[in-house]
Structures are given as C-alpha cells and as structure tokens.
Design a protein around this ligand. Structure first.
Ligand SMILES: Nc1ncnc2c1ncn2[C@@H]1O[C@H](COP(=O)(O)OP(=O)(O)OP(=O)(O)O)[C@@H](O)[C@H]1O
Length: 311
C-alpha cells in the first residue's frame, strides 16, 4: 500500500479548481488533547466523509473551519476566505453561503416549525421558502409543532431542511444523520447527492455511520488523536482494497513473498486466523488464489489502520 498521507498531500496541490475548504497545518491545544497540523482540502463537486473514533478531533476541526474556535497554529480558508472572518458579525454574506448542521438543533425551541421559515427568511437574503416547504414535506415535519417538542431525529431534519434552503454552496455536517431513521437517511443522502450535482458546491460531513459514506462520499478523511491518518478516494477502499482471511501459515508465506512491501503489512489477529489488508484484491487473488479475500468496508479499513498491527 502506498503512503496514505501522500494522497493527503497531493490533494492540496493536484486540484486545478479552487478548494472550497482549505485547511493548512491547523493546530489547537487543549489540556490532554491537541489537534496537530491538520491539512486537507475539499474541492468542487466533492462529498468528503470525516471519520475517526470518539474524541479524535472531528468536531474540533469543524469548529475551527467555522471560526468558532481560534487556532494556535495554521489556518483555514472557507470559500476562499479566512475562516476567522466567519466569527465576525460582518460575515453575513459569507455565512449565507455555508450551510451548517450540528447534532443539536440551533433554532429557538419556542418557535413552531412553520414560523422557523419566517425567521430564516429575515436572516438569509437568499432564503428559498419553496425549497424549505418541499423539504419539510419530504421529511414529514409537522408545521404546528414547537421546535422543543420535536424528537431528536425530527430536529435534525428541521436543521437539515434549513441548511439546504438558504442558497449555500458548502455544507458542513457534524454527525447530522445520526438521529435519522433509515428512510430519512435515504432521503437525506439523496438530497446531498442532488446538492453537489450543481456546480460550485461541496459537502464535508463527519459521521460514524460509515455505510452512509460508502453510499455517497467521494473521499474519506480520517483523524486519530488529532492527526490526519488517511485521506483516500472512497472507491480505493471499497472497490480496490480487500481483506484477506489468512491462516498463520498463509500470512507468513504472503509476508515472505514481498507482495506487500515490508512495513506495509497491516493485519489484525482474530480467533480464526489473521485479517490482512490487501491494497489490490484482484492482483492478490491472482497471486494467492487459495486465500479468500473479501471486499473492504470503511469500518474494516478503520479497524485495520487504527487498531491493527503493522509489519
Ligand atoms: N472546549 C474544550 N476544552 C477542552 N477540551 C476540549 C474542548 N473541546 C474539545 N475538547 C477535547 O478535544 C478532544 C476532541 O474532541 P472532539 O469533540 O473534537 O472529538 P470528536 O472526534 O468530534 O468526537 P465524537 O466522535 O465523540 O463526537 C476531546 O478529548 C475533547 O475532550
């Protein structure tokens, strides 16, 4: 396997169109945790999934992108502008172009759903009342209910409907599909796909639901203990890589063959043998036809890279 970080570095330079998100060496220190030199870009037309364990630094990264926390080092640019501008009252026009959904509802609880649209209309010059109504209908939102009466999932749907109705170019979602039932998640993923189909748009979404990312993400970015550990095209993980189910003797034979370069054998022992990360499962099957290989999922890849051994 090539160096995953090489692709992270390459994505900073290779893209000819200007990045919608450009994080460079972002560093933030808290007691017991540091975000360290986090660099990545999100380009036009991309849906980038952001993954990592609890406490890995996803929300901290997102807050830094949105100018909600100050950085101790590095910088972030959003739609070509310094992210720190987003913290200023004068940044209304820039904020309008960025739709944000956190895992909590940011609309005042006493409002009725139908009144949210009226408040948003005053807050955003590009508010699209029709788009909001269509989404509210698609998400089965009851206009008569107060926001505080909504279930967690319904609240998420309301936030998503708002974020998709003010003419944003860039959507930043932090665990935004976590509370949704499977039908609502389906609906949401379809909307996100429609959203990026328009020119000049992109989505950056943190999620623990990697099956959602398998369906819609173009790239997967992983953070662990404040460091970016990989930045890969999703298809590279799910279409090219594989997970070989080896007996110990198979594993030693594969290791001795040099088919996977030294120091790049990533594996995990289990009760039945050893799971081995295979960079190209088709080439592997040709070379080792008697060793079964399964498709790789994002979860498998996370487990192997974050918890597995390297040899
Ligand atoms: N304001 C703060 N003060 C001190 N420490 C903080 C603060 N905000 C976050 N942290 C710490 O930073 C680390 C990363 O937290 P963060 O919320 O970014 O993780 P996460 O990847 O989003 O996790 P999860 O998947 O659980 O939402 C944690 O150790 C957390 O305790």
């Amino acid at each position: 396997m090539g160096d995953p970080m090489a692709s992270a570095g390459a994505s900073l330079n290779a893209d000819a169109t200007p990045a919608l998100i450009e994080a460079r060496d972002m560093t933030k220190h808290y007691a017991g945790f540091s975000l360290q030199d986090v660099s990545f870009t999100v380009g036009e037309g991309e849906i980038v999934g952001f993954v990592g364990k609890n406490g890995a630094g996803k929300s901290t990264t997102i807050k830094a992108l949105l100018g909600l926390i100050g950085l101790d080092g590095g910088s972030a640019r959003m739609l070509g502008r310094d992210a720190r501008e987003l913290a200023r009252g004068s940044a209304a026009a820039l904020k309008e172009r960025i739709g944000v959904v956190f895992d909590t509802v940011s609309v005042p609880g006493h409002l009725r759903v139908r009144d949210v649209a009226r408040v948003m209309e005053r807050a955003f010059t590009s508010w699209d009342a029709r788009a909001f109504d269509r989404l509210a209908h698609a998400f089965d939102l009851d206009g008569a209910k107060q926001v505080k009466e909504l279930s967690r999932g319904m609240g998420m749907k309301l936030s998503l409907a708002c974020a998709l109705s003010h003419g944003a170019q860039l959507l930043i979602l932090d665990e935004a599909t976590a509370g949704l039932d499977p039908m609502a998640r389906d609906e949401m993923l379809d909307r996100l796909r429609d959203f990026v189909a328009e020119p000049g748009r992109a989505v950056f979404m943190s999620s623990h639901i990697t099956s959602d990312l398998e369906r819609i993400a173009d790239r997967v970015l992983c953070i662990d203990e404040g460091h970016i550990t990989f930045d890969l095209a999703k298809d590279e993980i799910t279409d090219e890589m594989g997970i070989a189910r080896c007996r110990v003797a198979d594993f030693e034979r594969i290791a001795a063959s040099g088919f996977i370069p030294e120091h790049e054998l990533r594996y995990r022992k289990n009760d039945y043998g050893i799971d081995l990360l295979v960079p190209d499962r088709f080439a592997f099957s040709e070379r080792f036809p008697n060793v079964p290989v399964d498709r790789m999922t994002i979860d498998d890849y996370l487990t192997l890279t974050l918890k597995g051994g390297v040899r």
